[in-house]
Write a protein that binds this ligand. Sequence first.
Ligand code: ARG
Length: 459
Amino acid sequence: MALWGGRFSQDPQADVARLSESISFDKRLYRHDIMGSKAHVAMLAKQGIIPEATALAIRAELDEICKRIEAGDFKYDIAMEDIHMHIESALIGKLGAEGARVHSARSRNDQVALDIRLYLRDAVDGLIAGLREFQKALVDRAAADPEAILPGFTHLQHAQVVLFAHHLLAYVEMFDRDAERLADCRKRLNVMPLGSGALAGSTLPIDRQAVCDELQFDRITRNSMDAVADRDFAIELLSALAIFGVHVSRLSEDIVLWSSQEFGFIELGDAFCTGSSLMPQKKNPDVAELSRGKCARLCGDLMSLLTLCKGLPLTYNRDLQEDKEQIFDALDTAELILKVYPPMIGSMEIRADRMREAAADPALMATDLAEELVKLGVPFRDAHHRVGAFVKYCKDKNVALDQVPLEEMQLTIPEATPVFLELFSPEKSVAKRDIPGGTGYAQVASQIARWQKVLSETI
Ligand code: ARG
C-alpha cells in the first residue's frame, strides 16, 4: 500500500502506476532530497516537534540511504512513485515509528519545490563554470592568431574585412551574457520554499528561517501558494539555456562553413570529426552539426515547460511532475555541449593564408573608399553613390577594383586622389578601424587582454 493509502481500498491499476511514477527520472534528485530532509528534521527537533534522538537517528539513516543509492544498492519500485516516497519508506522500513515522523509539517509539494531548487542551484553553478571554460577556449584561440584577417559577412555575402580574433570574441560576448542570465536566474531560484506544506503552510511551530540558513538560501519564500505552484525559476533557466543553444548553433554554423572545402579557413582536430561509411575522403564537422541540432532540444524543452505551466490553476497540480524531464534534458544537453566544445575549439587549426586570400577581394574595401570621400567633405550618401557607380563600372568592365588607374576611377569618383589606390589593403582597412568595439588590431588586442584578465579572475 502506498504511503498515502489510508483512505484507499485498492492499489492503483497497473498502467496508472506507470503513468504516475516519476522515480525513473526523479531519482537523480536523491542527494538534494536527503539534504533537504536532514535540514528539515534538525529544525523539527530544535522546535521540539520531534525528539532530538529521533532527528539524529533519521539523519544517520538518511546518510546510509544516500550511500546505498550511490553504491547501486537501493531498490526502486514504480509503485512507490517518486524519490520522496522511496526515501521516506526506506526510512520507515528501518526506523519504524521514528522514521514516520520525518514528514511532519511537510508535503511532497513543498519538498519537490525545495529539491528542484537545490538541484538547479548546483547545476547553474556548473553551467556558469562551463561557460567560462568555453569563453577561455575562444579567447585562447583568438590570442593564438591575433592578426589573422578574414572577410566578415552580412547576408552571407562578403562585407568588410575583420580579424578572425574579433569574430571569435563576438561569441565570447554572447556566452558572457548567457552566464549573466544564469547568474540572474540563480537569484530567483535561491529562495527556500519548505514550510509551505501542500499549499497553506503548517499549524506546527516550524522555523523556516533555520532551514533556510542551514541550506544556504538567500531568503524564504513569502507566499506558500506561490511557493508550491511556481516553476518560473525553471522556465527562466530553460530560457537562458535555449538562448545559449541558439548562440552555439550560430557558432556551429560558422564552423561548418569555415571547414567546408569552399571556405577552407579551418581544420578541426580528428577527435572532433567523423568519417563517412561510404566516402573514404570525408571528414565531417559532426560535433558542430550535432550541437547545432541539439539547440532544437533546448528550444523544445523551454516550449514544453511553458506549455506545461500554462493555464494551471493554483496551486500544485500533478502536471508539474512533468517538469523534470524537460529540465534534466536541457541540463544534460547544455552540459554535454559545454564539455565537448571547448576542447574542439582548442583543436581548431586555422588556414590564415586561405583567410587572407579571401579577404584580399578589393570589393571588401568599397566602404573604406566612401569613408575616405566623407573625410574630403563629400556627404556620405553621395559618397556611397559614387563608389557604387565605381563598383558597377568595374563589374561592367570585368576588372577588379584595385586594378583601375586613378584617372579611370575619377570617371565615377571625381574627388579620388592617389590615396584611394592605397585603400585596397586588408591590413590597412583593419588597422584603421581603431575605435572602441571595432576590429582594429589595437582594439582587438586590448579586448583579448581584457578577457584574459576577466577569465583568470573567474576561473
Ligand atoms: N513527484 C511529484 C512531483 O514531482 C511530487 C509531488 C507530488 N504531490 C502530490 N500531491 N501528489 O511533482
